[in-house]
Write a new protein. Structure first.
Length: 149
């Protein structure tokens, strides 16, 4: 199980995702270009001391990510056809999230074998990306019996 972020925009969100993934033991892939300088202190501040406890792989672009990362792509998107509560995760899945400002482009949607969404109250657009990541990773690990003890 891995979590991949496609061209993330907000360093604080990336830091919060790194913290959650450190706690769950899930590696993170960052697909560039990032919307901020990687040395931005806000990423490390949001990740706090958890930053050093997560495996991070940076990829120069989408093609480099695809070449280096095996596994089924599971795209978390507000336009997903499968609710998270009905998704069946598999070992080796790569949970993929689009950027905060633009989501995932058409070619990323097309590459995903499964497109899921988190059910929520009507007329509301989406959760914060870091919250959505934590909810989805937790559910995937729960299903697979891989939650840390």
């Amino acid at each position: 199980m891995r979590l991949a972020l496609f061209q993330p925009d907000i360093p604080g969100n990336v830091g919060a995702i790194l913290r959650s993934c450190a706690c769950f033991g899930v590696p993170v892939d960052l697909i560039e270009p990032l919307g901020f300088p990687w040395d931005d202190k806000r990423v490390r501040r949001a990740g706090m001391d958890y930053y050093d406890h997560v495996s991070i792989t940076r990829h120069a672009d989408w093609d480099a990510f695809r070449a280096a990362t095996p596994g089924r792509l599971v795209l978390l998107t507000a336009r997903g056809s499968v609710p998270l509560t009905e998704a069946a995760f598999e070992p080796g899945d790569v949970i993929l999230m689009g950027s905060e400002s633009a989501g995932a482009p058409a070619h990323v949607h097309a590459a995903a074998e499964l497109r899921i969404r988190i059910p929520m109250a009507p007329d509301l657009r989406s959760l914060n990306v870091s919250v959505a990541a934590a909810v989805t990773v937790y559910e995937a690990l729960r299903q697979l019996g891989q939650l840390p003890t």
